[in-house]
Design a protein around this ligand. Structure first.
Ligand code: NAP
Length: 234
């Protein structure tokens, strides 16, 4: 049985990813930070799963998680936070937190799983970026920059790790109906939907489907890819 580690697996997109991999027969490590209740409930509802608390931005917590689960076949770097407001108005603490979770969290875990993947000469890493990382968003400048960095990281690591039998890909969700977008008013949501050719917001399951595809054998010749899952929005 293959093992998948999903960061931020307790809620939203991460939760749908955990459910999809469990249904596909994987052992699922559900990483969470604050949402213990949700993670434990999800764990109970899945076959072959375990919930594990670690803040992805803290290297010691990441190291402890990988000591507990040293044999990861698929890593999904999904944990993320948003930061909304004008670029010059953001405070240092929020800015640092954003990059520490979105960017350094992804780098920390990827660096920590690679040695065992290299030893096995196999492994898959899937990074969750964002449409804003592709095209940039007003009032989400730091968020967009952190997600653009994930795209660059994906492309570069795919080149470095390919000869070791490791594939590295990235999914860029569009506007997905989760807690992250709970601050949007009905009017803002309607105006976003008007600009989506498929005329609806995305669902966590839309993203999970693409992640499961990229993890599997049907994607065995795909690496360094940036897959847009945004209903044609961009
Ligand atoms: P969400 O509902 O706000 O969930 C965020 C997840 O990240 C939670 O499971 C949370 O876990 C986890 N997380 C945050 N900080 C963490 C940390 N330090 N360590 C471990 N886990 C942490 O967001 P979502 O919409 O599902 O977003 C998931 C990913 O998709 C994010 O990377 C986001 O940037 C990206 N994305 C979302 C959209 C969208 O429209 N929703 C669009 C493009 C990209 P805890 O609650 O346990 O802390």
């Amino acid at each position: 049985m293959k093992t998948v580690l999903v960061t931020g697996g307790s809620r939203g997109i991460g939760k749908a990813i955990c459910e999809s991999f469990s249904a596909a027969g994987y052992f699922v490590v559900i990483n969470y930070n604050k949402s213990e209740k949700e993670a434990v409930a999800l764990c109970k509802s899945l076959k072959n799963a375990v919930a594990y608390k670690a803040d992805v931005s803290k290297k010691d917590e990441v190291a402890a998680m990988l000591t507990a689960f040293p044999d990861i076949d698929v890593l999904v770097n999904n944990a993320g936070v948003s930061l909304f407001g004008v670029f010059h108005g953001a405070n240092d603490e929020d800015i640092r937190r954003l990059y520490e979770v979105n960017l350094f969290g992804t780098l920390n875990i990827s660096r920590a799983v690679l040695p065992s993947m290299i030893r096995k000469k196999s492994g898959v890493i899937i990074n969750i970026s964002s449409v804003w990382g592709e095209c940039g968003a007003s009032c989400e400048v730091d968020y967009s920059a952190s997600k653009a960095a994930i795209i660059g990281f994906t492309r570069a690591l795919a080149k470095e790790a390919g000869p070791s039998g490791i594939r590295v890909n990235c999914v860029c969700p569009g506007v997905i109906n989760t807690d992250m977008n709970a601050r949007l008013s009905i009017e803002e949501t309607e105006s976003l939907v008007e600009n989506i050719p498929l005329e609806r917001l995305g669902t966590p399951q839309d993203v999970a489907n693409s992640v499961l595809f990229l993890a599997g054998d049907r994607a065995e010749y795909i690496t360094g890819a940036v897959l847009s899952v945004n209903g044609g929005f961009y």
